[in-house]
Design a protein around this ligand. Structure first.
Ligand code: ADP
Ligand code: MG
Length: 248
């Protein structure tokens, strides 16, 4: 990461309401630099998923602006361009259950990237090898473990050759023995220089992978910094309280 570069994600004073009752984001500003790994932590309901979903416009902001790789998220045409550059992995794998692993990874490549079937399959095989499950190419998602499904979901997102990857609690629905196999794939991606914004409370991963940790509470950024600083020397009472709940 070099701070002399332009940020690849610029989030500027973003507010998000759900109806009149919920003010999920209350003036969030955040810049993410190329090849940076930013981990967002914070209590349940604090707005972490909403913030991530705003970055690829799965949620429309009510105020403020978001610019991704120089493209403002305003008109429909731009939103599609941004989505083509941003891969997202969710808590629940979201694979198509009626398609095989290979078909899941080929589909968007064909439709969005207009690749030939052969080319799409070759890219899929390379990525399945990378995430360590090449032998499952003909299996259906229901025949895979949660950890395997999540690795397929990562391969599917990578097949679009995104510039940025967003991960929303990608291991929180997994049995403990499967968490590491997914985090290892994410660590490798981080080492390769992928720009990543990750919601995760897996502290081993956060310490190893994060350039910066951002604590969100009640729709606002409370504190941010390198993991060692934030974890070992938190400045704000709310950070201390939250960390004391998750660090054992
Ligand atoms: P987190 O990911 O930090 O747990 P969320 O971003 O999912 O938090 O939610 C932030 C707040 O917005 C919560 O109060 C949640 O109930 C609310 N919220 C999120 N999505 C919706 C939605 N689609 N409709 C109404 N309220 C929502
Ligand atoms: Mg969430």
């Amino acid at each position: 990461m070099t701070q002399t570069q332009e940020p690849i994600i610029q989030i500027c004073d973003v507010h998000k309401h759900f109806g009149t009752a919920v003010h999920a984001l209350r003036g969030v500003s955040l810049e993410v630099y190329p090849q940076e790994v930013v981990v967002i932590i914070g209590p349940s309901g604090s707005g972490k998923s909403t913030l991530l979903r705003c970055i690829n416009h799965l949620e429309k902001v009510n105020r403020g602006r978001i610019i991704v790789d120089g493209i403002p998220l305003d008109k429909a045409q731009n939103i599609n361009r941004v989505r083509a550059e941003v891969g997202m992995v969710f808590q629940l794998f979201n694979l198509f259950p009626h398609l095989t692993v290979m078909e899941n990874i080929v589909l968007a490549q064909r439709v969005v990237r207009k690749r030939s079937l052969e080319q799409a399959r070759e890219i899929a095989r390379n990525l399945l090898a990378k995430v360590g499950i090449l032998e499952k190419e003909n299996a259906y998602p229901g025949q895979l473990s949660g950890g395997q499904q999540q690795r397929v979901a990562i391969a599917r997102a990578l097949a679009m050759q995104p510039k940025i990857m967003l991960f929303d609690e990608p291991t929180s629905a997994l049995d403990p023995e499967m968490i590491k196999e997914v985090l290892d794939v994410m660590l490798e991606l981080a080492d390769e220089g992928m720009t990543m914004v990750v919601v995760s409370h897996e502290m081993g991963f956060v310490r190893a992978a994060a350039d910066r940790v951002v604590l969100i509470d009640n729709g606002q950024i409370i504190e941010q910094g390198p993991p060692q600083e934030l974890f070992d020397n938190p400045q704000h009472e709310r950070t201390k309280r939250f960390l004391s709940q998750i660090l054992h």
